[in-house]
Design a protein around this ligand. Structure first.
Ligand SMILES: [Mn+2]
Length: 281
């Protein structure tokens, strides 16, 4: 019995298959946690969604910004859906599109397992959020996303503002919660997200901190596994394990074992990328 968290796949089906082989993943015995961003850019988003959905009885998935973006695009006109990249179009025009997108929409923003001692989010947590507060904020979005109001939410999801504040209401509140869970890397001590900062720590503007290093941040009783920050690479510190190791950019795909005292890391080569194409967009 092993529980493995797996980093951002971004449509890299072959790398996931390599990793499952390396882990000798056995659904009768093992469990998987996927950190989100299952789709986009890797060229095999359709196959990746099919495979991860087939593993649903043995897995937990949290939503990433690219997953939500795919769900939002799927609400647009057919003409607009034809304007997105070929990798996402293969999902949008697949015969099993509704099956895959309905399943994706029903995933969560945070997964917590107190018995195991871990929580999983795609990007991060706001400075003042304990695990319990984060769960409550996530439930607000999930209720809307899993229910009849999901189309309206997806239409109004995009935008960098406002910053999270407990006083927010309506769609502004849900957008701010989504931005924290799925897009955060750096923020101010007050929790304003610096969306433009994507580099390694040390390259950010003064007054900004990686979300897990913000002075005065809340105590968190569980270890946190997350993805989203490929330039950070494999980072393990301050109770945070960040495991997006740039699979889609020709880096590695990482699995982190969660059910052992000392977390154990397994990596396989990511997507094959020609040098000139390996420029991060
Ligand atoms: Mn992401």
């Amino acid at each position: 019995m092993a529980t493995w968290a797996i980093g951002d796949l971004q449509g890299c089906h072959d790398a996931l298959q390599r990793l499952l082989d390396r882990l000798r993943f056995d659904p009768a015995r093992d469990r998987l946690w996927f950190c989100g961003d299952l789709v986009n850019r890797g060229g095999q988003s359709l196959e990746t969604l099919r495979l991860v959905r087939s593993l649903a009885p043995f897995s937990q998935v949290v939503l990433g910004n690219h997953d939500l973006s795919l769900l939002a695009i799927a609400q647009r006109s057919e003409a607009d859906q034809r304007k997105v990249n070929a990798d996402l179009q293969r999902v949008l025009f697949a015969e099993d599109r509704e099956l895959l997108l309905d399943w994706l929409r029903r995933q969560r923003l945070i997964h917590v397992d107190r018995g195991l001692g871990w929580a999983m989010v795609h990007a991060g947590l706001a400075p003042k959020w304990t695990i319990r507060i984060a769960e409550a904020r996530a439930r607000e979005v999930e209720e809307r996303l899993h229910g009849d109001g999901y189309r309206k939410l997806l239409r109004n999801m995009y935008g960098d503002k406002p910053s999270w504040s407990p006083k927010l209401t309506g769609v502004d509140r849900l957008r701010a919660i989504i931005n924290v869970f799925t897009r955060l890397r750096y923020c101010s001590p007050g929790g304003r997200i610096a969306f433009e900062e994507k580099g390694v720590p040390g390259t950010q503007k003064a007054g900004l901190y990686p979300w897990f290093e913000v002075p005065g941040r809340a105590e968190r009783e569980l270890r946190i596994v997350c993805g989203h920050w490929s330039t950070l690479g494999l980072f393990q510190g301050l109770g945070v394990h960040s495991i997006d190791t740039g699979c889609v950019w020709g880096g590695k795909l990482t699995a982190l074992r969660l059910d052992s005292e000392l977390p154990d890391v397994v990596q396989v080569p990511g997507r094959e990328v020609r040098a000139e194409a390996a420029v991060r967009a």
